[in-house]
Design a protein around this ligand. Sequence first.
Ligand code: PLP
Length: 388
Amino acid sequence: MRVYLDHNATTTVRPAVISAMTEALTLTGNPSSVHSEGRAKRGMIEAARRSIAVLVGADADCITFTSGGTEASNLALSPSIKDASDPRPVTRLIVSAIEHPAVMRGWRFSRSEIESVPVDSQGVVNLGAVEWFFARHREERPGERMMMALMLANNETGVIQPVAEATAIAKRYGGLVHVDAVQAAGKIPVDIAELGCDFIAISAHKFGGPAGVGALIRAHDALLVEDVVLRGGGQERGWRSGTENAPGIIGMGVAAEAAGRDLEAFARLAEQRDRLEAGVKALGPVTIFGAEAPRLPNTSCFADPRVSSSSAMIGLDLAGVSVSSGSACSSGKAKASPVLDAMGVTHDLSSGMLRASFGWSSGPNDAETFLAAWSDIVKRIVSQANAA
Ligand code: PLP
């Protein structure tokens, strides 16, 4: 039996989600139609919206379904965002240096208006720098607003950001805040009011729903966007046109309920994560990235300088264990993780980066299975190095 430790990439779809989606696929009716079939479908979508609202402490009317976390963040990151209570234009964006690519490039902001906020060696955003950027913006452009994008939990290290503190700073300067909560929702408690931000993005496939469905959630109804990403029939209150993906949305709703119920069990995954980390440390000079910061309970990101990500990944895969590495090989050339780069990790060390992420379907001994395979790989690599 394989051991899947890549739940941050995508997690197992929950059986209750599969049942609900299968049932939904048998139903006809466009949710915008006024006949019985249409109204029944509409009712199911609205029930899903309420379940998701509960998961993140939001008002159901402030939820826009999207095709996932990427689209949700693209939708929020726009200079055309308007807040009825503050008519000043939003002209600049700051993003933390560890954002997911869905956020990092700021997309609809011009490149010259996007700046990066540094993180410390643990991968935690520098709040002093957040304050500095907002203060400078107010001084230079008092008639304009600035937006900040800060993720709640990092996908690679699992490090949880001080979003409420950063948002409090942004709000003192009249800023807008978008939070990519894709890795946090359904894993740790998320409450949009406690975060104090304007938007959060979430994605169903990270908490047991299907891929290809997510949501952008607004803190209140006074937030508006002029240049929506998808224009057409005006569904989702004009925020996202196109016939709703009803089976996906219904599946996301069921996943949100289950993930909300399972938060305590999810928190206990930290015990396995800690056993895994103790085990890899016992086998060599391993660095655990972000170990001193608050982290998601399920995520471990580490490197042993003697072991490259690629050889570890191949060895683990052959042994039946799936993990991920920070390296992207789009051009056939391994690239260092920009997240670890931002944390000041040397390329020598980050080229060995591995991420093991547990999930709701992890077995109780997955850490031990991983460690048995890891121990073989380390022994082989060390003996090869000694023989050379
Ligand atoms: N943001 C973060 C932090 C993620 O980890 C991911 C997915 O890996 C995304 C955004 C993108 O979400 P989606 O795959 O739903 O587009």
